[in-house]
Design a protein around this ligand. Structure first.
Ligand SMILES: [Zn+2]
Length: 308
């Protein structure tokens, strides 16, 4: 197995105010844990900046222009109640997109079996025309459309195990049956969407989890709803919106997973990718706000990607 890792120093320069959970230290914690010799075989590549036109795969031009215009020359700009931009946020956001798209190239062109992208800002709350929830552009949605346009993928599955519902990804693919969107998330919780009854064009599979549940409810949701949906859909590519804030240590939610659950879920999705997608799997970092919970979970996830 070749597992590639993309990251970039500019991701540390997307700044948020003191006390903000989505902070550069998250990536420092990931870098530290992946420095261990257990991860020596990772194929580490510096993330490229993405082409601006690929943003338009998921967002309209006037939205792109609005985000660009909001980037401050100095200091911080509040884009919504909890979404912030700093002078380097544009470059960071475009480089998060660039890494996601490059990861798609890698798995289709067989430079890697699978890829993990450790980037900021995250993406799954960004709707077609609305930045929110720490997200500017929807990295997973752009990568899915990129796979369709550049590599002729007919069907792409996005599996989102971040503890928050990916309202943005759901919004972008609401009426697009060529992309399957599956999500486990705590409900009720921010952003309030993600009920089972939200099914889009039959391509949206929401599996909400009750607060204070854990491994059993998460694995049940995978076994009973998400994995069978992937089998029915037969994707050409599996993209993981990999947030690690369902970890029991996370301060933003009340789901009690531990790193073994992320290891297990990774293995399940790799099996589905092997069955339907020639193994092609691209994983993009979303949330995860307890530094130790995040680091241990990423280690379990990437360790599983490397082992096969
Ligand atoms: Zn989250």
């Amino acid at each position: 197995m070749v597992t590639r890792l993309y990251t970039h120093p500019v991701y540390l320069e997307h700044l948020t105010p003191p006390g903000h959970p989505e902070r550069p230290d998250r990536l420092r914690a990931i870098e530290r844990v992946l420095d261990d010799e257990a991860f020596e075989a990772l194929d580490r590549v510096e993330a490229p900046m993405g082409a601006e036109e690929t943003v338009l795969y998921a967002h309209p031009q006037d939205y792109l222009d609005r985000v660009r215009a909001a980037i401050p020359e100095a200091g911080l700009t509040q884009i919504d109640g909890d979404t912030v931009a700093s002078p380097k946020s544009w470059q960071a956001a475009l480089t998060a997109i660039g890494a996601a798209n490059a990861a798609v190239d890698d798995v289709f062109e067989r430079r890697a079996d699978n890829v993990f992208v450790a980037s900021r800002p995250p993406g799954h709350h960004a709707e077609k025309s609305t930045a929110m929830g720490f997200c500017l552009f929807n990295n997973a949605a752009i990568a899915a459309r990129y796979a369709q346009k550049k590599h002729g993928a007919e069907r792409v599955a996005i599996v989102d195990w971040d503890v928050h519902h990916g309202n943005g990804t759901q919004d972008i693919f609401w009426d697009d049956p060529s992309v399957l969107y599956c999500s486990t998330h705590q409900m009720p919780l921010y952003p309030g969407t993600g009920a089972k009854s939200e099914t889009g064009a039959g391509n949206i599979v929401n599996a909400p989890l009750a607060p204070r549940t854990g491994s059993d409810s998460f694995r049940d949701a995978f076994r009973s709803r998400i994995l069978p949906s992937i089998d029915d859909f037969r994707p050409d590519l599996v993209i993981v919106s990999a947030g690690f804030d369902a970890h029991h240590r996370d301060p933003l939610a009340e789901i009690n997973l531990d790193e073994d659950d992320f290891d297990w879920a990774t293995g399940q999705l790799m099996e589905k990718a092997t069955s339907h997608s020639a193994g092609r799997l691209v994983s993009l970092l979303e949330g995860g706000y307890d530094l130790q919970g995040l680091a241990f979970s990423v280690a379990a996830h990437v360790g599983r990607l490397m082992k096969g």
